[in-house]
Design a protein around this ligand. Structure first.
Ligand code: ADP
Ligand code: MG
Length: 314
């Protein structure tokens, strides 16, 4: 199977997206964008041996690759629109490609995203990368730098599901075959909070998606906004299979952490109901420039390790 055949068979599945003037098949894609909107663009890469193992289900790898990009677009409050896919393949495995493309395109179509192009190359290591663009009404993007002192801090969903599955997989003699369907979903089919985020952008100040650990992401928001935070650990909704410390420093939740004024608490509760998405208030933005963790009334030490970093300081 040559390059052209791979593209045609697995990735060129037709589209009826009217914004796509030229999709897969020319030198570049042409899309019509909305004049009242700004373009929001992101990219995420997954490398075999680093982000997923050789045994990982190809469908899940494809789904998760799209979902991780969607999560970034959601964190900005944007509507996802157009994706491109870069593939570096060590060999042409048709079964793998079929499953991978099914997962990727199912996740894309769930969120009305059209795959409009990409690049396919050979290389020593399997490497998959999506570039996703979306639109947000002018100056409405939710930024990491917009948290304000006295904002309440909220988190969507339950924290630690993926970290809990990863810790299972790291055990000896434990493999994907031991995981149930719902456990596999926790790891490979994260919810992308896109629809909720589009409504949140009207009320939230700052937002970030939790890809590398809740504490790590909160630290980023605080630094970008020049503020501090106090977190109530007892209010964080943690998966029951994992301890609190692992949950708040574990990656790949793809939930949203956002801040908003307390006057919006009722509206946020309504959005939670409307989108069937748990939203928990977990703390407050402060002017201390520190992250303080409380368990009830008790101040507890902040862990040194707050989340994943590909190039940690030695
Ligand atoms: P060029 O050599 O001009 O870069 P390519 O042969 O790489 O063109 O690509 C042909 C068409 O197929 C282009 O529209 C490109 O965007 C698309 N394409 C290539 N690889 C992929 C892929 N993995 N998924 C989706 N579209 C792809
Ligand atoms: Mg090319």
């Amino acid at each position: 199977m040559n390059e052209k055949e791979i593209i045609k068979r697995f990735f060129m599945r037709g589209s009826n997206d009217p914004s796509v003037v030229v999709g897969i098949g020319d030198d570049a894609a042409v899309v019509t964008n909305n004049k009242q909107c700004q373009l929001v663009t992101t990219t995420d890469t997954m490398v075999e041996g680093k982000h997923f193992s050789k045994q990982a289900p190809a469908y899940g790898v494809g789904y998760k690759l799209m979902a991780s990009n969607l999560s970034d677009i959601a964190a900005m409050g944007a509507v996802p629109r157009w994706a491109t896919l870069n593939l570096t393949l060590a060999r042409v495995d048709e079964v793998w490609l079929q499953e991978f493309s099914n997962g990727l395109l199912e996740c894309a179509s769930k969120h009305n995203v059209t795959l409009i192009g990409g690049d396919t190359t050979s290389g020593n290591q399997l490497n998959v990368s999506v570039h996703l663009s979306g639109e947000v009404p002018n100056n409405m993007a939710m930024l990491r730098s917009h948290a304000q002192v006295n904002d309440k801090i909220f988190v969507t969903g339950v924290i630690g599901l993926a970290a809990s599955m990863l810790s299972h997989l790291q055990k000896q003699n434990y493999s994907h075959a031991n995981l149930t369907e719902s456990q596999l979903s926790a790891l490979y089919k994260p919810s992308s909070r896109v629809d909720l985020a589009i409504e949140l952008r009207e009320i939230a100040h700052a937002a970030i998606d939790i890809s590398d650990g809740l504490l790590h992401e909160l630290d980023i928001v605080c630094e970008a906004s020049h503020v501090g935070a106090s977190l109530q650990l007892n209010s964080i909704p943690v998966d029951r299979d994992i301890n609190l410390q692992q949950a708040i420093t574990g990656g790949e939740d793809y939930e949203l952490l956002f801040t908003a004024g307390h006057e919006h608490i009722d509206q946020i509760a309504q959005l939670s109901e409307k989108h069937s998405c748990r939203i928990s208030e977990i703390g407050e933005i402060t002017n201390t420039h520190l992250i303080e963790l409380y368990q009830g009334e008790q101040l507890v030490p902040t862990p040194k390790y707050t989340g994943y970093d590909h190039f940690p300081k030695s």
